[in-house]
Design a protein around this ligand. Sequence first.
Ligand code: FES
Length: 215
Amino acid sequence: MVPGITYFTSTHLPLRDKAHEISNRTIRILTTTKTSVTLVAAKSPRRGYRMSNGAAEELPMYDLVRVRALAVEGSLQGGSLLEVLHTVQNNLGYLDENAIPTIADVLNLSKAEVQGVISFYRDFHENPRAATVVKLCRAEACQAVGAERLVAYASKRLGVAVGESSVDGQIGLEQVFCLGNCALGPSGMIDDRLIGLLDEAKLDSHLDPLLRSGG
Ligand code: FES
C-alpha cells in the first residue's frame, strides 16, 4: 500500500467499467477475480473519488466558479481565447471538459471552437498531469539515433504507456516531436530540463532518483 493512495475493493464487478468511464488515467484496476475487483485511485487536490452504493463516484472538485472568474477577468483585459485557456490551465492544472461551456459562454464562442483550440495545441491538457513528466522526442532525427528503443525502455522502466501516468500520479511519460536539440539526440525533457545524448544508462540516471522518491 502506498501512502496518499485510496484503495477500493468491491464485489460489484460492473464497477470496473464505471471506473474506466470516469477516468482511465487516475483510477486503475489492480486485481480482478471472478468475484471482486480492486481499484486504486490517486488522491489529488483537484479531483477525487469515493465509493457510493457499489459505484465509484467522482467528486465535483474542478472549480468552475474560478474558471468563470478567470475567463471574465481575461476577457475584460482583452485576452484572446488562447490566453484565457493558458490562464485557466496555469491556475487549475488542466482544462477539464466541464470548463469548456463556461469559457465558451464568457467569450461568446461555441463549445466546438473552444474544444478545437484545446485539441489543436499540445500544450493544453484535458486531464490532471503527473507531478513529474518525462518527455521523449520521437521526431525523425532522434528516431534515427534510437529514440524508439528508448521510448520502449522508458515505458517498461516506468510501467506506463506513452501518454499515461503512474498509478500514484507521480510520474508520466509523454512523446514530443522535436525539442530543438536534434544534433544531440536522442533528446528528452524531464519537467523543464532538456537532456541530450540519451541512452538507457543515462535515462536510468535520471529515472532512478525519481522512482526512489516517487516522482
Ligand atoms: S528531432 Fe529530437 S530534438 Fe529534434
